[in-house]
Design a protein around this ligand. Structure first.
Ligand code: SAM
Length: 282
C-alpha cells in the first residue's frame, strides 16, 4: 500500500498487536484498590512471605549495594532487605501509586512500568522480582526481562520468584485468573493473548536464556490461592467464577488441589519457582 501524499513512500507494515496497550490500566486500578489489603491474610498464600529469608540469602545482598525490588507492591521484601542491610541503597518500583503509598519512607520510590524503567544501564547490583512477571501479557514478559538485565551491573544478580503452569494446567490456571479479573471488573484486552499470562516453565526458561541470563532454578514451592477470601468479586462475578471452577475436569482439579475449606473458601494451589539469574558474558 502507498501513501496518497507521496506514491513513492511505502507505508510501514503495522502489526495489529502493536496497537494494543502496553500498560494494563484496569490492573493498575485494581492494585490501587487492593493496596491497603495486600499485606492481609487473604493474599498470604500468594505472597509466601516465608520465602523472603531465602530470597535475600540467595541474592547475597551486601551493605552499600544498589538494590531494586521491581513490581514491589507494598515492598515487603524490600523492607526485609533494609532490616538486614540498613546501608543498602534501596529502590522500589511499581506502577501502582496506591501500592507505593503503603511503603514507609527511607527507600527511593519509583512509579513506572517494569518494561521501561527510568534507570541508566548497569546500575543495580541486585534486582528482586517477586510474584509479578505474570502480570504482563505474554509479549511483554520478554521485554521486562531484557529491561531487568539492562539495569543490572555486569556481576549483578536477578532473583525471580514466580508462578508457572504445566501442559495440563496451562489453560485452566490462566482462565481461573483471567475469569476472576473479568468477574471483578479488572480485565483489559491486551491483545490476542491473556492480559496476565502464566507461562509454562519451559517457556519461561527459554525467555530467560534468550535474554542472556545464566539460569539457576533454586527451588519450587506452591502458592495457595484463596480468591473468595479477597472479596474482589461481586455476587454475579463470583457465581460465574465458581461455575468455571466446579466444571473443571477432575484431572485438573486434582493437579491444582482444588478444595473447599471450612470457612467457605474455594482454594487451589499454583506451582511456583525461584531462580537466581546472572548475566551471561560472551
Ligand atoms: C501480585 S503483586 C506482588 C507485589 C509484591 N511483589 C509482593 O510479592 O508482595 C504485583 C505487583 O506488580 C505491580 N505491577 C503489575 N504490572 C506492573 C507493571 N507493568 N509495571 C510495574 N508494576 C506492575 C502491581 O501494581 C503489584 O503491586
Amino acid at each position: 500500500m502507498t501513501s496518497s501524499l507521496n506514491p513513492e513512500l511505502k507505508r510501514p507494515d503495522v502489526n495489529e498487536t502493536d496497537l494494543y496497550p502496553i500498560v494494563n490500566t484496569s490492573l493498575r486500578q485494581r492494585y490501587d484498590r487492593i493496596a491497603a489489603c495486600w499485606n492481609s491474610t487473604a493474599y498470604e498464600g500468594t505472597r509466601r512471605d516465608d520465602l523472603i529469608e531465602e530470597l535475600i540469602s540467595i541474592g547475597q545482598v551486601e551493605d552499600h549495594q544498589m538494590v531494586l525490588e521491581a513490581m514491589c507492591g507494598t515492598g515487603i521484601l524490600a523492607r526485609g532487605i533494609r532490616q538486614r542491610f540498613p546501608r543498602v541503597q534501596m529502590y522500589v518500583l511499581d506502577f501502582s501509586r496506591g501500592m507505593l503509598n503503603m511503603i514507609p519512607e527511607g527507600m527511593v520510590k519509583v512509579q513506572a512500568s517494569v518494561i521501561a524503567m527510568p534507570f541508566p544501564d548497569q546500575v543495580f547490583h541486585r534486582v528482586f522480582l517477586r510474584s509479578g512477571i505474570y502480570d504482563l501479557p505474554k509479549r511483554l514478559q520478554l521485554k521486562a526481562l531484557y529491561e531487568m538485565k539492562r539495569i543490572l551491573t555486569e556481576k549483578g544478580v536477578l532473583i525471580l520468584q514466580t508462578y508457572y503452569t504445566t501442559p495440563t494446567t496451562k489453560e485452566a490456571l490462566n482462565n481461573i485468573v483471567n475469569i476472576k479479573d473479568l468477574a471483578s471488573g479488572q480485565y483489559e484486552d491486551m491483545g490476542r493473548e491473556y492480559p496476565r499470562y502464566f507461562a509454562l516453565r519451559e517457556e519461561l526458561e527459554a525467555w530467560l536464556e534468550e535474554t542472556g541470563f545464566v539460569v539457576e532454578p533454586i527451588r519450587t514451592f506452591e502458592g495457595v490461592i484463596r480468591y473468595l477470601k479477597t472479596q474482589e468479586m461481586m455476587k454475579l462475578g463470583k457465581e460465574l467464577w465458581m461455575e468455571y471452577m466446579n466444571d473443571l475436569p477432575q484431572q485438573i482439579k486434582e493437579e491444582i488441589k482444588l478444595r473447599s475449606e471450612s470457612d467457605g473458601n474455594l482454594t487451589y494451589n499454583f506451582p511456583g519457582i525461584i531462580y537466581r539469574l546472572t548475566p551471561l558474558h560472551s
